[in-house]
Structure formats: structure tokens, C-alpha cells
Design a protein around this ligand. Structure first.
Ligand code: MG
Length: 448
């Protein structure tokens, strides 16, 4: 809801994945760090501010990022570690208000739900939550914007990044918005921004000078109206505490009941394919695959299985749905089949992490004595374990560390962690029985 007081808060952790890596790996503090797909078709998920200085950005190909800053550390994501830090942050936000709407793993709106919150009171509250986050997550920083609507809160937190706090007092919305470039407007994507720029519309103030009929003619009914309202800071979208459990599904009723397992398998594949295409089109991915079956006698049953990571991959969804079909007896015939994917990630980044099929490349600036090289056979099923750069690992004798680089049958480990200083590097054979993967070490709370 649009408020008469500045009581909508937007919080966004700064360079989140890269920040967790820098705090988990002391040798990377203050260095360019790129987290994302490390394979040949990998894409940057997040990079540290040191890497941004080289022009590296989210969604850039990892190959391009390597060209721009070859000395950066290129790490595969450790979602378990990021989820643990995210859970701490979301819990702190829930302490502020029950109205918390997570937008992604590192971003949320909070409706402070207090109609008479003064600007100094809101600023004090935000300063306090930022400090608690810093302490309880081992030093992660968040940027916070506060305003009378989601639009203003979001634009404010973007404007004060990194490690900033900006409270926009009621009445100051237009003064914040209008000097900003149109692409700073929440909801204006690159295509719309480019179309506007071609029309000479550079700032949100320029946008506000276009009439509603003109904007509708340019962008259609819904988007045109939206742009017209947002350019005037009119935004009545409420903070939604409980996002609906969303799912994407496809089902088919057959003219004659199916009894042939081969045909049933083929129909499931076609349905899974439709679901995968819709997930891809929506820019999302899900973890739980459900198979729905209606028998000849109209009894309906469902079977579900949950993957460790969200997927939008047709082959994975098909494989899981077909294995679920194996639990169902088709005797008598099936009249309906359905495949659904739920537990959707609110953020499309989930699919960036499936691209881990190529051998790891070395991370880091100070090359080891024998730099690891890519080994085209290292990702074979029969070969030694494919260690991903950045992964948590433990050596029976030397203790915990992380995979600094791997390839050519070797793995280089840096022995350091969140509670140590920068540690030494050692190289082992990739199948060394003394090496084992470990869970991510927690980031210890800061003292004080
Ligand atoms: Mg962020």
C-alpha cells in the first residue's frame, strides 16, 4: 500500500555471493571475485565490487569476465552457504515486522506497518538492522531504502549502494526519481529503456512529461499506464507477506485410456517438455516435480520428488517424472497425465548454476608453481572427482580448505577458512583418498 509515512523498507545485500566468498576465504578479501558458472557457457551470477571496477557485471558470460580480469578468482556458487546467510538476514527482517516479502535470496521488502513512523525513527530502525546483519553474518553489508511505496524503497536502496541507507521523506519522492536515468526505474527493463532513450527520454523526469495516451500507444495498455503512474511516484503495490506457492504444470486428458508403458513414458516426456519451456519463458526454475495420474475409474493420485537444486531443464524434469511413473500401476488404463514443477525460485539465477559441466579453472592471482590447466577428460564419469573451484574440502591431515583450482588429475587446495588468516596452498592428485568434500563452514558472528 502507498503510505503517508515512509514505512516501506527495501533491503538488498551488497554483492551477496561474492561477499560470502570473501568472508569465507580470507585470501580473497579486497580482491576481484566472480561467482557463477565456471564452465564454457557459464554466466556471472554476482561479482565483488573489486571485479566491477574491471567492467564485470551480472549476467555477463564468464568467458568475457575472464578476458576483462584474468586475475580474478572465478568460483562456482555454494548455494548452501548463501542460504545459511540469507536465513539469518530474513529472520532479522521478520523481527522488524511480520510483513516481509522476499524477492530473492538477498533481497526483501518489509512493511514496517506503522502509520506514524517518523523519518528519524525509520532511519534508526534501518541503521540498527544493518548493524545486526553485519554482526550476525560475519560482516556482510546491506543497503536499505525506505519510502512511502515499494517503488521508492527499491529505487532508494539501489541509489545508496553499496553499504548505504537512504530514507526518502514523504513528499520527496519526485525529487529523488526525476533526475535518475529511466533504467533506474524499477520495472523498466533494458528493452524499454532503450526504446525510451531512442525517443530522447533519458531521465524519469523526461518520462513524466509524456502523456498517458502516448505511453499506451508506445508500450501497450498495461505497461503504458504503469509507466505513467510510476513516473509520478504512484505505486500502490502492497508488501505481500506470504507469496503464493507457485507452480507450473501441464496436463492432458486422453480420448482412450493409456495402458502401454512406452506410450505413457512418451506422453510424460512431452508434458515435461512443455513445463520446462514455460519455466524457461518465465525465467524461473523449481525444485519439486509432481506427477499426476487419473485412472480409468477416476481415482486421482499424485507423486512428488524434490531435487537439491531448482531446475528448468527438460531432461531432468522428464527423468524425475518418468521415475515417479514407475511407482504407478497402469493396469486398467490411465485417462489423464499431468506434470508439474513447484517450489519455484523467486529468482531466475537458479538456472545459472546448472552449468558446471566443464573442468574447473584455476582461481586466484598468485599462480601456484605448476598452474593447473584445463583437462578435457577431467569431467568424465570414470575419472577422478571433478572438484569445482571454491568448493569446501577437507584433507585428513591438513584440515579444511577450499578448492583453489583443479585439472589434469590434480586439485589445488587453499587451507584457510572464516576463522583463519590467509592460508597456504597445496596440490594433490584429484583422487587423493585424504580429500573429502565438506559442508560450508559457518560465518562466525562478529564480537561486540
Ligand atoms: Mg544484492
Amino acid at each position: 500500500m502507498s503510505h503517508t509515512s515512509a514505512s516501506v523498507l527495501h533491503l538488498d545485500l551488497d554483492a551477496f555471493f561474492a561477499a560470502v566468498e570473501q568472508r569465507s576465504k580470507p585470501s580473497l578479501a579486497g580482491r576481484p571475485v566472480v561467482v557463477g558458472g565456471v564452465g564454457g557457457r557459464g554466466v556471472v551470477a554476482t561479482c565483488s565490487y573489486e571485479a566491477r571496477a574491471y567492467g564485470i557485471r551480472s549476467a555477463m558470460s564468464t568467458a568475457e569476465a575472464r578476458r576483462r580480469c584474468p586475475q580474478a578468482a572465478f568460483l562456482a556458487p555454494r548455494m548452501n552457504a548463501y542460504r545459511a546467510s540469507s536465513a539469518i538476514v530474513m529472520r532479522l527482517l521478520h523481527d522488524l515486522s511480520p510483513l516481509v516479502e522476499p524477492i530473492s535470496i538477498d533481497e526483501a521488502f518489509v512493511d514496517l506497518a506503522a502509520a506514524d513512523l517518523s523519518v528519524p525513527a525509520a532511519a534508526a530502525l534501518a541503521a540498527d538492522v544493518r548493524e545486526q546483519i553485519r554482526q550476525q553474518t560475519g560482516g556482510l553489508t546491506a543497503s536499505v531504502g525506505i519510502g512511502t511505496s515499494k517503488l521508492i524503497a527499491k529505487v532508494a536502496s539501489d541509489a545508496c549502494k553499496p553499504n548505504g541507507l537512504l530514507v526518502v521523506p514523504p513528499g520527496a519522492e519526485i525529487a529523488l526519481l526525476h533526475p535518475l536515468p529511466v533504467r533506474a526505474m524499477w520495472g523498466v527493463g533494458p528493452v524499454t529503456a532503450e526504446k525510451l532513450t531512442r525517443l530522447g527520454v533519458r531521465t524519469i523526469g523526461d518520462l513524466a512529461r509524456l502523456s498517458e495516451p502516448d505511453l499506451i500507444a508506445l508500450f501497450g495498455q498495461a505497461a503504458g499506464r504503469n509507466l505513467h503512474a510510476l513516473a509520478r511516484a504512484r505505486d500502490s503495490r502492497p508488501v505481500l507477506a506470504d507469496r503464493e506457492a507457485k507452480s507450473v504444470s501441464a496436463e492432458e486428458t486422453f480420448a482412450t485410456d493409456l495402458t502401454d508403458p512406452v506410450r505413457i513414458g512418451r506422453e510424460i516426456s512431452a508434458l515435461a517438455d512443455r513445463v520446462a519451456r514455460r519455466l524457461t519463458a518465465a525465467g524461473t526454475a523449481g525444485r519439486t516435480v509432481t506427477l499426476k495420474v487419473r485412472r480409468h475409474d477416476f481415482t486421482t493420485l499424485t507423486r512428488s520428488a524434490t531435487l537439491p537444486h531448482a531446475t528448468q531443464d527438460s531432461r531432468r524434469i522428464t527423468a524425475l517424472a518418468r521415475s515417479l511413473a514407475g511407482e504407478i500401476n497402469p493396469d486398467g488404463g490411465l485417462r489423464l497425465l499431468g506434470v508439474g514443477v513447484s517450489g519455484l525460485a523467486a529468482f531466475a539465477q537458479a538456472d545459472l548454476f546448472t552449468d558446471q559441466d566443464s573442468p574447473a579453472l584455476p582461481a586466484g592471482q598468485d599462480s601456484p608453481a605448476q598452474p593447473p590447466e584445463t583437462d578435457p577428460t577431467a569431467d568424465g564419469l570414470a575419472g577422478p572427482p571433478a572438484w569445482l573451484p571454491g568448493a569446501d574440502i577437507e584433507h585428513a591431515e591438513h584440515g579444511p580448505g577450499w578448492v583453489w583450482g583443479a585439472g589434469l588429475g590434480r586439485v589445488t587446495v587453499r587451507f584457510e577458512g572464516p576463522t583463519t588468516g590467509p592460508g597456504p596452498i597445496r596440490t594433490f592428485t584429484a583422487d587423493d583418498p585424504s580429500l573429502a568434500p565438506t559442508p560450508p563452514p559457518p560465518l562466525p558472528p562478529l564480537g561486540g
